[in-house]
Design a protein around this ligand. Structure first.
Ligand code: AMP
Ligand code: TRP
Length: 368
């Protein structure tokens, strides 16, 4: 994938213009050369190509740019929907193995399980004092999930974004790599950080930037290219899982819905969501721009060629991940060890933020 600079045009940062102005006007406020990077990912469902391209690849890219780069398996977020406890524990190991197989190196990043670091839940409660219920009620994810939920709509589901804000703010992270669907949650945590700082009179919490990839922030379902690829809302045949067998990947991509243009036209075009999605997927899998993909396929005879080339590129990207995953998943004790040592590092950072937060909020004994 190759390293990219902090200002790489492959990503959109919320504050790019502002940061540039600051950089010119007040050199001392230069952002750190090595940002603190933080992201969280749920241990639910089987991770698909959307997660891999929109999030996991960004994590791997970030681990040598971040100081530190911190990645959290958010089991406390996963319990906001009805779930099977035994399965949750397995899913945490599944995801740990998948992230390491995808290239996260526990020696170069902090990889841990959210529930091992109690500072997250404590900060969540403290931030609740500066979060409006109206804001939480308006979140699209809350609305969608509470409508879809047939059983109990838990208050955890409403509180989900506050815990997510705590995850990031506890580490004073500068950058949060996520897919497009997390934009609203990121805006909320930026508001919460600003409100906390102004309420308690110190620039104590860092207002984080989101980092959304320019290509691949929203990978679409192969069968319904008007909807994002998703484990819960998508179609089985339209969802490529990271651990699918190469033959299955090939079949799903070759059956992707394109369009009936005659003659077929391979181009990025909002009117051609299926074709555009395949171009984006292939661009990411090959590590080139979508324009390059289109140029390479100038001689293609039809969508069949586009699909065959996309399938080949995706298999080349994912097959080695599957091989490494099988090896790593077999040793749960080793996975537990990775999580435990990650939690220790995470705790030592989060505890400092919590001490500052408690101090300005006048909680506990006065500082000596
Ligand atoms: P989740 O599995 O819901 O915890 O999502 C993990 C990450 O994958 C988040 O950063 C999402 O924004 C990202 N993501 C989920 N679905 C897609 C998609 N279809 N395209 C791109 N990114 C996605
Ligand atoms: N809500 C995120 C998702 O569904 C997961 C998440 C939890 C997260 N905490 C986070 C993402 C902190 C970024 C930063 O994908």
């Amino acid at each position: 994938m190759g390293g990219s600079g902090r200002d790489s045009p492959r990503f959109n940062c919320a504050n790019d213009g502002l940061r540039e102005n600051l950089r010119r006007l007040v050199p001392n406020t230069l952002p750190p050369r090595m940002p603190v990077i933080f992201s969280g990912i749920q241990p639910t469902g089987t991770k698909h190509l959307g997660n891999y391209i929109g999030a996991i690849r960004q994590y791997v890219e970030g681990q040598d740019r971040g100081d530190p780069a911190i990645f959290c398996i958010v089991d406390l977020h996963a319990i906001t929907n009805p779930y099977d406890p035994a399965e949750l524990r397995r899913s945490v190991y599944d995801l740990t193995a998948l992230l390491v197989a995808s290239g996260l190196d526990p020696a170069r990043c902090v990889l841990f399980r959210q529930s091992d670091v109690k500072e997250h839940t404590e900060l969540c409660w403290l931030l609740a004092s500066v979060t409006a219920t109206g804001e939480l009620n308006r979140m699209h994810q809350f609305r969608d999930k509470s409508v879809a939920q047939r059983e109990l709509v838990s208050s955890g589901l409403l509180f989900y974004p506050v815990l997510q804000a705590a995850d990031v703010l506890a580490y004073r992270a500068h950058e949060v790599p996520v897919g497009e669907d997390q934009r609203e949650h990121l805006e909320l945590m930026r508001d919460v950080a600003r409100r906390f700082n102004s309420r308690f009179g110190e620039e104590l919490l860092v207002v984080p930037d989101h980092r959304i990839p320019v290509v691949g922030a929203r990978i679409m379902d192969l069968q319904n290219p008007d909807r994002k690829m998703s484990t819960t809302g998508g179609s089985e045949e339209g969802t490529v899982y990271v651990l699918d067998e190469p033959k299955v990947i090939e079949k799903k991509i070759k059956r992707a819905v394109t369009d009936a243009d005659d003659p077929p036209r391979i181009a990025k075009d909002p009117a051609k969501p299926g074709v555009s999605n395949l171009i984006d997927i292939m661009a990411v899998a090959r590590g080139v721009s979508p324009e390059q993909v289109v140029a390479d396929l100038a001689q293609a005879r039809g969508y069949g060629d586009l699909k065959a080339a996309t399938a080949e590129a995706v298999i080349a990207m994912l097959a080695p991940v599957k091989v490494r995953y099988e090896e790593l998943r077999a040793d749960e004790a080793a996975l537990e060890q990775i999580l435990a040592s990650g939690a220790e590092k995470a705790r030592s950072i989060a505890a400092q933020t919590l001490a500052d937060v408690r101090r300005v909020m006048a909680l506990g004994p006065p500082p000596s």
